[in-house]
Design a protein around this ligand. Structure first.
Ligand code: KIV
Length: 264
C-alpha cells in the first residue's frame, strides 16, 4: 500500500482513474476513510459549520485547522492530507508563509487557498519554499459576503472566462491541485481538460479528475440542509465504511455526481 502523493494524483488523471476525496477532522474517521481507500483527506474550514455550528467558515482560525490537522495525521497511513488556510490567514505573503508553515508542521502534505489572480505571488512563493498548493476556484466560501450568498459561480460568459484564465495562471504559478466548487459542469470539463494538474470537483459535474464531499453530508448528519450537489451514502448503505466504499465506487464508475447533483 503506497502513500498517495501529488504524483499519484497526476498519474490517476493521465490514466483517467477518477479519485475520491473527503473532509475529515479527527483521527478515528480519518483512519476509517484511509482504510476504505479514500485518496485525499481535507481538513476543511467547513469545520466552522459542521463542527462549530457557525453559519459560514469565517470564524475558523489557523489554530483550529492546525489542531484538526494533527488529529487527522494521527489516523492516516496512505491518504494525501490537505489543510485549508482559513479566512484572512493568507491576506499578505508574509502571513501566508508563516501560517502555511504551521499547517505543514501540524502534518499536512499540502495547503489549500481560495482565490484567483491575487494569489499568484503566494502560490509561487509557497511552491518555491517547499509547500505544495491546492488552489480553490468557483464558489469560494470565504467570499460568501462578496458573492451575496452561497451561489453557483461562472454562469455568465465573462466570469466563466475569468475562472478558466485564473485556473491556467494558478497552474503556471506552481499549484499542484485545483478544487472547483459549484460551477457549471461544462466549464469544469473545459478547465479539467485545459490543465495538466488534477482537478477535484464539488458541485462541478462528473468530468473533473476527482470528487470531494464534506463527510457530514456523505453520512447524512449535516444539521439542517444537505446541498443539492451532495449525497447521503449512509442512507443507502446503513453503515459508515460501506457508505465510504459506495462513494468511492460510484465516483470510479462515473455514476456520482449524477445529473441531479450537477449545475449546467
Ligand atoms: O472546507 C471545505 O470542506 C472545503 C471543501 C468543501 C472543498 O473547502
Amino acid at each position: 500500500m503506497s502513500k498517495v502523493t501529488s504524483s499519484t494524483l497526476r498519474q490517476f488523471k493521465q490514466e483517467g482513474h477518477k479519485f475520491t476525496a473527503l473532509t475529515a477532522y479527527d483521527a478515528s474517521f480519518a483512519a476509517a476513510f484511509d482504510e476504505e481507500g479514500i485518496d485525499v483527506l481535507l481538513v476543511g474550514d467547513s469545520l466552522g459549520m459542521v463542527l462549530q455550528g457557525h453559519d459560514d467558515t469565517l470564524p475558523v482560525t489557523i489554530e483550529d485547522i492546525a489542531y484538526h490537522t494533527r488529529c487527522v495525521r494521527h489516523g492516516i497511513k496512505r491518504t494525501l492530507l490537505i489543510a485549508d488556510m482559513p479566512f484572512m490567514s493568507y491576506a499578505t505573503t508574509e502571513q501566508t508563509m508563516a501560517n502555511a508553515a504551521i499547517l505543514m508542521q501540524a502534518g499536512a502534505n499540502m495547503v489549500k487557498l481560495e482565490g484567483g489572480q491575487w494569489l499568484l505571488p503566494s502560490v509561487q512563493m509557497l511552491t518555491e519554499r517547499g509547500i505544495p498548493v491546492c488552489a480553490h476556484l468557483g464558489l469560494t466560501p470565504q467570499s460568501v459576503n462578496v458573492f451575496g450568498g452561497f451561489k453557483v459561480q461562472g454562469r455568465d460568459e465573462d466570469n466563466a472566462k475569468r475562472i478558466l484564465a485564473e485556473a491556467k495562471a494558478i497552474e503556471a504559478a506552481g499549484a499542484q491541485l485545483l478544487v472547483l466548487e459549484c460551477i457549471p459542469a461544462p466549464l469544469a470539463r473545459t478547465i479539467t481538460q485545459a490543465l495538466t494538474i488534477p482537478v477535484i470537483g464539488i458541485g462541478a459535474g462528473a468530468d473533473t479528475d476527482g470528487q470531494i464531499l464534506v463527510m457530514h453530508d456523505v453520512l447524512g448528519i449535516s444539521s439542517g440542509y444537505i446541498p443539492r450537489f451532495s449525497k447521503n451514502y449512509l442512507k443507502q448503505t446503513g453503515e459508515i465504511r460501506a457508505a465510504v466504499r459506495a462513494y468511492i465506487d460510484e465516483v470510479a464508475k462515473g455514476e456520482f455526481p449524477a445529473p441531479e447533483h450537477t449545475f449546467n
